[in-house]
Write a protein that binds this ligand. Structure first.
Ligand SMILES: [Zn+2]
Length: 344
C-alpha cells in the first residue's frame, strides 16, 4: 500500500498572525507527523502550482483576477471580514490546489493507492465567483474537475465533514450530476447555507446531499448519519474517485464551533470513507485539509488519517471523549427526512 503525501514548505507564507487560519496550523501537523514517525512511511511529493486553465475550470475569470490584482499590491488585502490575502497568496493558493490535483495524478498513474493533501489556505467556502471563509481557491473542486478532464475519473464523490457547510463546493457543482457533494455540518453556523432541501438543480438535482445538525452532536450521531445516509448515497452514486474535505473543527475542543466529536469519532469517519473507497472505487481516495483550529486536535487528527490510510489500526486521542454531550436533539426525524428526500 502506497500513500502519497502532498504538502509544501511555502504553505506558511500565507499568514496573518492572530487570525484563526494562520501558518501555525500546518506547522503543528508537520511537527506531529514527524514526531510520530509517519512522514517517512509516505511517498512525499512536492506539488506544483495549479495552472490558470485548471483554476478557470471551476472559478470565474473575475475570481482569479481579484487574486491577481492583490498579488500586484504591496500589502495584505481583506476580501471580506474573515478572509485575507497577501501579495504572495495567489501563488500559495495555486500550490494548495496543485497539491490536490497532484494527489489525483499519482493515484491515476498508479504510483499511489491513496493520498493526503495537507494544504492551506483551505478551499471549501470559495465559490465559483467569490473568495470567502478563509478560502481563496476551491482546492477540492479544482481537483475533481482535473480528475475528470485529465483522467478516466468521470464521477467524483466529495464528502465534506468540516463543521462548516462547504458552500463553495456545493455552488460549483450544484447543477452537475457528475460530482456528488455530501456535507454534514453544524447548523445554524457560518456560512448559513446547506439546508436539507438544497439538493441540486437541473441535471444536478439529487447530487447535493446536506445533513445540517444542531451543535452538540458527537460520535454516535455522526456514526449514524454515515451508516444511514452517507453510505447508501455513496453506494448508489458509484464514484470513480472519493475526495474528502477533512476539517477538524467539529472536534469538541475547537474554538470556532460547538460540535462534540472526539478524535476516535473522527477516526471512524475517515475509516468509513476509506471503506467506501475500497468497496466502490478501488480504494482511490484523497483526504484534503480544510478547517480545524485547535492545533493539537488538528495535528493528531491528521496523524490518525495517515495511520488509517497506511492500514494501521492504532490511533492517538490525547483529548479523549467530551466531558458531556450537550444535545437533547433526536436525530431520527432528520435522518428519516434525509432518506425520504434522497430516496435512500
Ligand atoms: Zn470549518
Amino acid at each position: 500500500m502506497t500513500t502519497a503525501y502532498l504538502t509544501h514548505s511555502r504553505f506558511t507564507e500565507h499568514d496573518f498572525p492572530g487570525h484563526p487560519e494562520h501558518a501555525g496550523r500546518i506547522h503543528a501537523v508537520w511537527e506531529q507527523m514527524r514526531a510520530q514517525g509517519l512522514a517517512d512511511q509516505l511517498l512525499r511529493m512536492e506539488p506544483s502550482q495549479a495552472a490558470n486553465e485548471q483554476i478557470l475550470a471551476v472559478h470565474s475569470p473575475a475570481h482569479l483576477e481579484r487574486l491577481t490584482d492583490i498579488s500586484h499590491q504591496e500589502r495584505m488585502a481583506r476580501i471580506d471580514a474573515d478572509t485575507y490575502a497577501l501579495p504572495v497568496s495567489l501563488e500559495i493558493a495555486r500550490l494548495a490546489a496543485g497539491a490536490v490535483t497532484g494527489a489525483v495524478d499519482l493515484i491515476a498513474e498508479k504510483r499511489a493507492d491513496n493520498a493526503l493533501a495537507v494544504v492551506r489556505p483551505p478551499g471549501h467556502h470559495a465559490t465559483a465567483d467569490w473568495q470567502m471563509g478563509f478560502c481563496l481557491l476551491n482546492n477540492i473542486a479544482i481537483a475533481a474537475r482535473h480528475a475528470q478532464a485529465q483522467h478516466d475519473f468521470e464521477k467524483a464523490l466529495i464528502i465534506d465533514y468540516d463543521v462548516h457547510h462547504g458552500n463553495g463546493t456545493q455552488d460549483i457543482f450544484y447543477a452537475d450530476p457528475s460530482v456528488m457533494f455530501i456535507s454534514i455540518h453544524q447548523s445554524p453556523l457560518y456560512p448559513g447555507s446547506g439546508a436539507l432541501n438544497e439538493t441540486g438543480a437541473g441535471a444536478g438535482k439529487g447530487f447535493t446531499l446536506n445533513v445540517p445538525i444542531a451543535g452538540g452532536h458527537g460520535d454516535a450521531s455522526y456514526k449514524r448519519i454515515f451508516a444511514d445516509v452517507v453510505g447508501p448515497a455513496a453506494k448508489r452514486f458509484a464514484p470513480d474517485l472519493i475526495l474528502v474535505s477533512a476539517g477538524f473543527d467539529a472536534h469538541w475542543v475547537d474554538p470556532l464551533a460547538g460540535m462534540q466529536l472526539s478524535l476516535a469519532g473522527y477516526d471512524h469517519l475517515a475509516r468509513e470513507c476509506l471503506r467506501m473507497a475500497e468497496a466502490l472505487c478501488g480504494g482511490r481516495i484523497v483526504f484534503v485539509m480544510e478547517g480545524g483550529y485547535d492545533l493539537k486536535a488538528l495535528a493528531q487528527g491528521w496523524c490518525n488519517i495517515v495511520r488509517a490510510l497506511l492500514g494501521s489500526t492504532a490511533i492517538g486521542d490525547p483529548y479523549g471523549a467530551p466531558p458531556s454531550s450537550r444535545t437533547g436533539e433526536d436525530l431520527s426525524p432528520l435522518i428519516e427526512r434525509a432518506r425520504r428526500i434522497h430516496k435512500l
